[in-house]
Design a protein around this ligand. Structure first.
Ligand code: ATP
Ligand code: MG
Length: 566
């Protein structure tokens, strides 16, 4: 079984919960979600799942989903990433309301709320360094140690916190902590850090601030400021939920507090979905950039030719669970193939050309070889795609691997004495193979049967193979990039702890001598074609006649399922 033809409408534990909230009138009947990336890298396939969940659920229930940049770290965030994030979300097929939102717009409100916690005796300034604080936090069954500064007066805490904001203290010399419970069974509630001193230039707020909120202090409060109802995130935040709720419970909110619900991260075999790792691949020059077609970034997948619809369908199909698991990349590819099978025009391309000369091909009255235009359908799956005329001559190329001087058993393609069909054209019979001094076949000679025009013999005789071809005088030269898995291991890093140990030694092969049928020259940048018998290929957006193999034609997912695998 390949990717299913029909997708059932999504239903899952989060949608069930939203439905129940609506029925009970929780949140005043509103549904509002957000997709909150940190602009410290490009979005990847894992984010695609979160985007489909956040925007998809809002859409299903007539709610809204905002795109909010969770930009609270001055060290790693950049404008470049912001633009790509907006662009990628749109490309995936979602339309974030404009203007997009920024957690950094809430710095003033977050600061005011922090003072509110201090005034309520629920936050204090700690002068210890973060290593000490972290060591004092303890662990499961290991008691926490209270900071010597924990019981400072409210007035002293306020003065110190204001001093922190005013830049009176050096980076890292003080933090603001929530005063919760140093013996709490959940480590997140053992007086978590709310603010750090950090003189970094923030890409939006510049040098206005030298204290920055932590993720936990910023996130739920940003949700509340915006009026988010359902704050959906990945499972690693599960243990943070009590803290999320605790902060909101202390604040004078104008309406019902948002509720956090977690779902499983998307992981795929043979790749990584950590921005840090992906950045490392780029920085170390292992790939050519964030949009390298081997990257699981949305940029990379898009350049590789993955249709956005295939990614959305894949995300719908895998659904929402609360158990982390790694999905087979072959399943995603199966959705890509299913979509491209419907939409990609068929063309002929010879990646590793071998000359095929038809010795009985006619010449015209002037002695020039005849050019015949044969009609070939553009997409057998889509009658509306029509057909095109492809020039055929006696001077052709075929795929090198489609010829065998000494054919092994079950090799039905061209070999001496063998007759095959050239797609849409004629039957040809190999009469001779020309070899060079090393015994390499450099040219194949054949005769064609004029009675088989269109690819069928009037006497009903059959051939076992239909091959693609390109007429040499009409051929357009091209470059084709073939890709292998970026990581050879299914679960990169599992063996040694370092994903880099599992990099494929060679994940890209560049074929510079491809010959393409002339219609390929009309392919718009970014469009995907099926090169017959070879796979789907995306026309590069920058370089004309450079093609990236999106996926091959064989459904490896079906094979995995037959073997009873994942
Ligand atoms: P990093 O890779 O640096 O840890 P991140 O993956 O958490 O960062 P964010 O920009 O913080 O990246 O993520 C934005 C949103 O996307 C969050 O809600 C997060 O839960 C979700 N998300 C991130 N990675 C995945 C994933 N692999 N599967 C599903 N959702 C994800
Ligand atoms: Mg994150």
């Amino acid at each position: 079984m390949a990717a299913p033809e029909e997708l059932t409408p999504a239903s899952d534990f989060i949608r069930d919960q939203v439905r129940a909230d609506l029925a009970a009138g929780t949140f005043g009947g509103r549904v509002q979600t957000r997709f909150p990336p940190e602009p410290n890298g490009y979005l990847h396939i894992g984010h695609a799942k979160a985007i489909c969940v956040d925007f998809g659920i809002a859409a299903d229930f007539g709610g809204i989903c905002q795109l909010r940049l969770d930009d609270t770290n001055p060290d790693t965030e950049e404008h470049e990433y912001v633009e790509s994030i907006v662009d990628d979300v749109r490309w995936l097929g979602f339309d974030p309301p404009m203007p997009i939102l920024h957690a950094s717009d809430y710095f003033e409100q977050l600061y005011a709320w922090a003072e509110h916690l201090i005034e309520a005796g629920l936050a204090y300034v700690d002068d210890q360094d973060t290593e000490t604080i972290s060591a004092q936090r303890g662990g499961y069954g290991k008691p926490g140690i209270e900071s010597p500064h924990r019981n400072r007066s409210i007035a002293e805490n306020l003065a110190l916190f204001r001093g922190m904001r005013a830049g009176e203290f050096a980076d890292g010399t003080k933090v603001l902590r929530a005063k919760i419970d140093m013996q709490h069974e959940n480590m997140q509630l053992r007086d978590p850090i709310m603010y750090r001193i950090r003189r970094g230039h923030h890409y939006r707020t510049g040098d206005a601030w030298c204290i920055y909120p932590t993720y936990d202090w910023a996130h739920g409060q940003s949700d509340a400021i915006e009026g988010v109802t359902h704050s959906l995130c990945t499972l690693e935040f599960d243990s943070h939920r009590p803290l999320y709720d605790w902060y909101l419970a202390q604040l004078p909110l104008p309406r019902e507090a948002p509720r956090q619900t977690e779902f499983a991260r998307l992981e795929l075999t043979h790749t990584v979905t950590s921005k840090r790792r992906l950045k490392q691949l780029v920085d170390e020059g292992i790939v050519a950039g964030w949009d390298d077609p081997r990257m699981p970034t949305l940029r990379g997948l898009r350049r590789r030719g993955y249709p956005a619809a295939a990614i959305r369908d894949f995300c719908t199909y895998i659904g929402l669970t609360r158990t982390n698991s790694r999905h087979s990349i072959e399943l995603l590819e199966s959705f890509v193939r299913r979509e491209l099978n419907r939409t990609a025009p068929r063309r002929m391309a010879v990646l590793r050309p071998l000359r095929l000369t038809l010795t009985n091909w006619p010449t015209d009255d002037a002695g020039n070889p005849v050019v015949e235009w044969v009609e070939v359908v553009n997409n057998p799956e889509d009658p509306d795609a029509g057909s095109r005329r492809v020039p055929f001559t006696g001077d052709l190329v075929i795929e090198t691997e489609d010829f065998a001087l000494d054919p092994p058993p079950k090799f039905f393609r061209l070999s001496p004495g063998r007759e095959v069909r050239l797609r849409g054209a004629y039957f040809v019979t190999c009469t001779e193979a020309i070899t060079d001094a090393q015994g390499q076949v450099v040219e194949v000679r054949a005769t064609y049967d004029p009675a088989t025009r269109g690819g069928n013999a009037p006497d009903g005789r059959k051939v076992k193979s239909t091959m693609h071809w390109v007429s040499v005088p009409h051929a357009v030269p091209g470059v084709v990039a073939l890709y292998d898995r970026l990581f050879s291991a299914q679960a990169p890093g599992e063996r040694t702890g370092d994903v880099m140990d599992d990099l494929s030694p060679q994940s890209r092969e560049l074929l510079t001598g491809a010959l393409l049928e002339p219609a390929v020259a009309d392919t718009p940048p970014g469009a995907v074609l099926q090169f017959e018998r070879l796979g789907y290929f995306a026309h590069d957006t920058q370089t004309a006649m450079l093609f990236h193999r999106t996926v091959g034609l064989k459904d490896e997912w079906a094979a995995i399922q037959r073997r009873g695998g994942a």
